[in-house]
Ligand binder design. Structure first.
Ligand code: UDX
Length: 430
């Protein structure tokens, strides 16, 4: 099939490359000239496992093309997939400005029947509104249908998530649209869930918000474990044997970050408010997470008292391992707080340094050698469970640090062995 992807951000690029890999001809379009230039030299603009290789391969065999010319791409397509960002407005609602301008462009330029697929995460009801907007702006005598097809990719595993998707959700309002999307996804051979458009849009938010709620619930219980003397990891293992609960997303820590959970929880809460409904569970998930993000530094304040002029090492700044993304990462408010309190920060991250420097500039010292950050430090904070960090032994901390005190926000180490090495070790819920 000929498929046009509008927006080569993270979702658009992974989707486009994956569709080209299974044999579709993909035309990707974006207004960012620099990004398109880069992609046309076969360079991948984001850090994502396996994506670069597949990109190069499919450019070479001419299955995927990149351009800034919307009109050309629209003309060639049977399906137009919109993967434009829907950033957060100040009030937490989703900003649909960019999406709507693309929709108008489609309506004004498409000269043959086409299916428009919304892959961007959008408020429930957006597909209906997009259809109205298209019909209002239609220039030629063509039929444009709209379908919802949310994505469930996690950063760092996005390519494998696409090829091994637990399910593909398609929200349609005609048999014709369903047929087209079934054909598009047939090569992936994954379970397909067909619903109406609003339900598909809701599935995306409900799935993300449920996972966020699961994490916040575990963090809440972890805090209580600390108070009553239980161990959250043992609790999680005990819970996980119940298939109704499952073993995933039970890991307590310094809270969730990234480009999805924080945004999608706020957006759904806002949508509910807009319909005069209070989504109490999601509200609680957001509040617990906000508090949890500062948990470690508050604990350190109790133990240490003052951070002024102390050399403090920060290990890991990305919101999770396997990505260079620091959006909504718990490390950010903690770094801000420590700087405000006069700490002398030395930061290590295997891939996130460039992004953290953009935020904090010369207020922080960065290194890609972990030992340099730790050497002579009076305190270590861990915000991301990168493998190289989890592999570091207490013995090494003891050898390198001025005073071996560790605040671990991702429960990277065995608590018992800290005592053995006489390291002052604080983690979450244990
Ligand atoms: C998430 C969803 O998993 C994905 O399906 C959706 O499409 C986009 O949002 P992503 O944000 O890339 O993906 O990462 P994910 O692995 O889900 O982790 C999100 C955050 O939750 C991270 O900050 C992570 O550290 C945290 N987390 C995750 C926990 O604190 N505990 C857990 O048990 C799992």
């Amino acid at each position: 099939m000929n498929i046009c992807i509008v927006g080569v951000g993270y979702v658009g690029l992974v989707t486009g490359v994956s569709l080209s890999e299974v044999g579709h001809k993909v035309y990707c379009v974006d207004t960012d000239e620099n990004k398109i230039k880069l992609l046309n030299t076969s360079e991948c603009p984001i850090y994502e496992k396996d994506l670069g290789l597949l990109l190069k391969k499919n450019i070479k065999r001419k299955m995927i093309e990149f351009s800034t010319n919307h009109k050309n791409c629209f003309e060639l397509a049977e399906v137009i997939v919109i993967a434009i960002g829907t950033p957060e407005n100040c009030d937490g609602s989703a900003n649909l400005e960019f999406l709507n301008s693309v929709v108008v462009q489609i309506a004004e330029n498409v000269k043959k029947d086409v299916l428009v697929v919304l892959k961007s995460t959008v408020p429930v009801g957006t597909s209906d509104n997009v259809e109205k907007l298209i019909n209002k702006n239609l220039k030629y005598n063509v039929k444009i249908e709209v379908a919802s097809n949310p994505e469930f990719l996690a950063q760092g595993t996005a390519v494998s998530d696409t090829f091994n998707a637990a399910r593909i959700v398609i929200g349609v309002n005609s048999v014709g649209s369903e047929k087209i999307l079934r054909k598009m996804y047939e090569p992936f051979n994954r379970p397909i869930v067909v619903t109406d458009r609003k339900s598909a849009e809701m599935i995306k938010y409900a799935s993300n918000d449920f996972l966020a709620l699961k994490i916040s619930f575990m963090n809440d219980i972890a805090n209580l474990c600390e108070i009553v003397g239980a161990n959250i990891e043992d609790v999680a293992v005990g819970m996980s044997y119940d298939e109704r609960i499952g073993s995933k997303f039970l890991k307590a820590g310094v809270g969730y970050g990234g480009s999805c959970f924080p945004k999608d929880t706020k957006a759904l809460r806002w949508l509910a408010c807009d319909h005069n409904y209070e989504l109490k569970t999601v509200k609680a998930a957001i509040e617990v997470n906000e508090k949890q993000k500062m948990k470690l530094v508050m604990k350190a304040t109790e133990v240490i008292g003052c951070f002024r002029n102390k050399k403090i090492a920060i290990l890991g700044v990305t919101y999770k391992p396997g990505t260079d993304d620091i959006r909504e990462a718990p490390s950010i408010p903690n770094i801000t707080y420590l700087l405000e309190n006069g700490a002398n920060l030395h930061i290590y991250d295997p891939v996130g340094l460039e992004n953290i420097i953009k935020l904090f500039g010369d207020k922080i010292k960065c290194t890609n050698i972990m030992e340099h950050a730790i050497k002579d430090a009076e305190l270590v904070f861990i915000f991301t469970e990168w493998e190289e960090i989890t592999k570091l032994s207490f013995e090494q901390y003891k050898k390198l640090m001025k005073t071996p005190i560790i605040f671990d926000g991702r429960n990277c180490y065995n608590k018992e062995s800290a005592d053995q090495f006489n390291v002052q070790y604080y983690s979450i819920g244990r």
